[in-house]
Design a binder for this molecule. Structure first.
Ligand code: 1HE
Length: 257
């Protein structure tokens, strides 16, 4: 499933998916977006979590601007919808995805990172939405996902003024859940993915597929959806055996870090 621009490696039960166009700062060509979709649609059944990384000094420079041709409105619509379909395969795919961020996480690269479930950033990371200065708009789901991380006002400021957030401020406002020293994003992301891979698959499914939808529902509908998901999750044999393990002293207690 690897292709020249996206490399796939399976380590234990974790898929390592790496953007591999370092000479172009992992700029997202159409071919790369389709290759990413293909990888997440066809992960082997043994995979329980994934890490998304970028080769070289930058996670991703966004849309491959050399492909930004004259498109009419209809072609532009379909191009954006092609990105949506691919990133939905990642967000609502088979397994949780941990992004290992470093260097530029800009434009479509930030849209891609926003579709992941956990973001780990090292100190070299910076976030920007240069679409504003290029005379274009986000088109890879950023207008939906980014305000849910940082708020619409901050996103509008980034696009209107070209504001760039550094790694510390990016973590403070909600781009990344983890901030680690230079060069350690991949190791931390892999460690987290290994932990995620040990969860009951139905719990991971609920967190990926139910939680974001419940969060968007009006409260009375959300409470019902939560109750239905809780009932399904706890009926799984794996949930019963995990609870029994705890009650009989075989499972880990919750500890302070
Ligand atoms: C590219 C791209 C790209 C680099 N498309 N070729 N994204 C942007 O507006 C960001 C544009 N890129 C940059 O600002 C910088 O390249 C970086 C800060 C990411 C990295 O800087 P640096 O000094 O390490 O690299 P570089 O010398 O600028 O780039 C190395 C090569 O990659 C160079 O090509 P070369 O043939 O001269 O070696 C660059 O042209 C090429 N390159 N970024 C094409 N983005 C769904 S809609 C989403 C809309 C957007 O994402 S808009 C934002 C696009």
């Amino acid at each position: 499933m690897s292709n020249k621009d996206v490399h796939l490696e399976i380590r234990d039960s974790v898929a390592i998916v790496r953007l591999s166009r370092p000479a172009k700062r992992n700029a997202l060509s159409d071919g790369l977006i389709l290759a990413l979709r293909n990888v997440f649609e066809n992960l082997p059944d043994t995979v329980r979590a994934a890490v998304l990384d970028g080769e070289g000094e930058h996670f991703c420079a966004g849309l491959d601007l050399s492909e930004l041709k004259e498109r009419d409105a209809g072609q532009g619509l379909h191009h954006s919808r092609m990105w949506h379909a691919a990133l939905e395969c990642l967000q609502y795919g088979p397994v949780p995805v941990v992004a290992a961020l470093h260097g530029a996480v800009v434009g479509g690269g930030l849209e891609l990172a926003s579709a992941c479930h956990i973001r780990v950033a090292d100190e070299s990371t910076f976030y920007a939405l240069p679409e504003g200065s290029r005379g274009i708009f986000v088109g890879g789901g950023g207008a939906v996902r980014i305000p849910r991380l940082i708020g619409a006002a901050r996103m509008a400021d980034m696009m209107l003024t070209g504001r760039v957030y550094n790694a510390q401020d990016g973590e403070r406002i909600g781009f990344a859940q983890y901030l680690v020293p230079l060069g350690q994003a991949f190791d931390k992301a892999f460690e987290l993915a290994q932990r995620v891979a040990q969860n009951a698959p139905l719990t991971n499914y609920a967190l990926m597929h139910a939680l974001p939808r419940i969060a968007e529902q009006p409260a009375d509908q959300g409470f019902l959806t939560e109750a239905l998901m809780a009932a399904i999750a706890q009926s799984a044999p794996e949930a019963k055996s995990r609870v029994k393990d705890f009650l009989e002293g075989r499972a880990n207690k919750v500890k302070k870090d």
